[in-house]
Design a protein around this ligand. Structure first.
Ligand code: SF4
Length: 323
């Protein structure tokens, strides 16, 4: 196997929070716990799970927007987790992020031209005389006109604003884009346009994506491999075909069955994912999924299942697979 572009190994991030009044008690939120995966050059790797499962924190730890407690993050073999500030600045140019809500990540008082030209100026990516040309090329690359330069974020639709977010991510010609729920705030028709744009950019620039989403249908369309997260841990990982055609973990199975099917002819009785995600402050004993699992056994209440490697790309943490 060629060296991966990104390696995440045993990543951990716990947050301390205070709860209670008038005598607050400090509690630990186990947001990301022992998460490992790798991402190959040019591939789209999905990280899926319900809200609060820790997938966004994984993305932020990779970029060190939040500092991980433990674990290794490497970009092309270079240590991101321990890089000093100067080195981290350079590494971050190779790793960019697209946010779920482009509106809140764009400065409402700056025109799109100002937003896109500033990093080009600050990081001396192009001579001053070429900045305008560079910004126009970026806008055109994401399907916006040159006139967009002089407009403010509120003058655009949600889909157009996400295109601006993509253009901003492309300024540094990155190798990796962390796309954090990039289409979940958009209408379905606009979602597909943005996904098509991201796919085209992937082909053209040989980009890799870490695609963070709660929507399995979108991940199925967009990604080549996927990891399923539950309460801060990866519970199953494999190629998209393996995960969708033959899910081994009951949580993956229920997520798949609960995801909407656009064709009414293929629609089947909806499977409900019963119960709430347990608290990351006080996870259940044994397998974290056991209070919601229809196939729970005695051992599941007592022991967290160990990771079973099935093939080089595929693994699962479930007592059904490794009793
Ligand atoms: Fe269900 Fe047990 Fe597997 Fe957990 S380990 S998913 S409770 S069968």
């Amino acid at each position: 196997m060629p060296d991966p572009l990104l390696t995440v190994d045993a990543l951990r991030k716990f947050f301390k929070i205070k709860r209670g009044f008038p005598n607050p008690v400090t509690m630990t939120v186990r947001a990301v716990d022992n998460v490992s995966f790798h991402l190959k050059l040019g591939e789209a790797f999905g990280l899926v799970g319900e809200s609060g499962c820790g997938k966004t924190t994984v993305g932020r730890c990779i970029l060190r927007l939040v500092e991980p407690d433990k674990g290794r993050v490497q970009l092309s073999g270079e240590d991101v987790a321990n890089a000093d500030r100067a080195r981290l600045r350079l590494l971050r140019r190779r790793m960019q992020i697209i946010f779920q809500d482009p509106y809140s990540s764009l400065n409402p008082r700056r025109t799109v031209g100002q937003t896109l030209s500033e990093p080009i100026k600050v990081h001396k990516i192009a001579p001053r005389s070429e900045i305008r040309e560079r910004v126009v090329a970026l806008l055109q690359e994401v399907g916006l006109s040159a006139e967009s330069m002089d407009k403010f974020p509120h003058e655009f639709s949600g889909g157009q604003r996400q295109r601006i977010g993509v253009a901003r991510a492309l300024v540094f010609e990155p190798d990796l884009i962390i796309a954090d729920e990039p289409v979940s705030a958009l209408d379905v028709s606009i979602q597909s346009q943005i996904l098509i744009l991201l796919s085209k950019l992937q082909q053209k620039h040989h980009l890799s994506y870490l695609f963070i989403s709660h929507d399995l249908a979108v991940v199925r369309y967009f990604c080549q491999r996927v990891a399923v997260m539950y309460l801060g841990r990866i519970v199953e990982q494999g190629s998209v075909d393996e995960i969708f055609d033959d899910p081994l973990h009951p949580y993956t199975y229920v997520l798949r069955e609960a995801s909407p099917i656009p064709d009414p002819a293929l629609r089947k009785a909806a499977v409900k994912l019963e119960g709430e995600v347990a608290s990351a402050v006080n996870p259940p004993s044994g397998c974290y999924f056991h209070p919601r699992c229809q196939r729970c056994m005695d051992i599941c209440r007592q022991e967290y299942p160990t990771w079973t490697t099935i093939t080089e790309e595929r693994g699962v943490a479930c007592h059904l697979v490794n009793p």
